[in-house]
Design a protein around this ligand. Sequence first.
Ligand code: ASP
Length: 352
Amino acid sequence: MSRYSRREFIKAGVGLGAASIVAGKAAPASIQTTPATTGVVRVVSSGNGIRATEKAMGLLKTGADPLDAVIAGVNIVEDDPDDMSVGYGGLPNEDGIVELDASVMHGPTHDAGAVASLRNIRNPSKVAKLVMERSDHVLLVGEGALRFAKAHGFKEEDLLTEKAREIWLRWKENLSEGDNWFPPPPEKMAAELRPFLFTYGTINCVAINERGDLAGVTTTSGLSFKIPGRVGDSPIIGAGLYVDNEIGAAGSTGRGEANILNLGSYSVVDFMGHGLSPEEACLKTLERIAVKTKLEPRLLTEDGRPSFGLNFYAINKKGEYGSACMWSGGKYAVHDGAENRLRDSAYLYKGK
Ligand code: ASP
């Protein structure tokens, strides 16, 4: 990895002083990679990730690093204007500007990188990986993240597609009867551009290679029509993504605020570390979040359950996998090395 060369640079005393060496990240060379345990290869993703699991598996089978594999997988969805929850074509903030969040975590080095509120760059997952590899930081936000991306050669582009702009405009025009924005007459409005409520959506992808090394990525345009600068769970290590190479990997989609407050992905990995299966660990984490949500009545249904969606995806060191959602009906994508298909997620509550 590239930080080797930085390490060499520092060791040679060419660049930074001793204090900087102390403050620097641990050298990858000092980290032991767990020896192969199972030989299984698996890729797990959110329900919108069936192309990502296919792509990542293809790369894993050629011996790619699991982080490179999952990033290449989610790049397909980041580039797809029809997935309006991720990357190019994602729904914008309340000002009509697309702001993206992403994180990556690499099991063998226990290192991570993330960006938040990043504008004008369609593949925030690639920038997150560069934050991990080419800076001494874990999370860069907003203008600083954009400048970092541009320094690494990323080109700015407008990420707002015509369809996303129209949906945003309908939302804005329908906010209030008491402002100066008028929606078009209903007959002029395409069905697909009906006024949108706030929507969530994200892609998470986690993988294990045949050496037993794990990695994960989560990337999103976040909550639609959010307040500019709002950051969800996706770029928060421990919330939207967590990997422990000795135990497993987990990631999430859904209401980021609830997940940040409970560090859900860390919790899933921790439960797996205490012997729970991936599915049990996802359910146990959702249970814990449901209990805490009882302190927030505005987020509860009449019968006291969380009124929001939240979903976890997990894989353990043996290659076992699972997913669970707060509410029934969720699916997730799994490539088990032989077959790539959507499976039903477990759930905490059955919806009506
Ligand atoms: N978790 C994302 C966020 O809160 C959105 C989602 O997954 O739906 O930004």
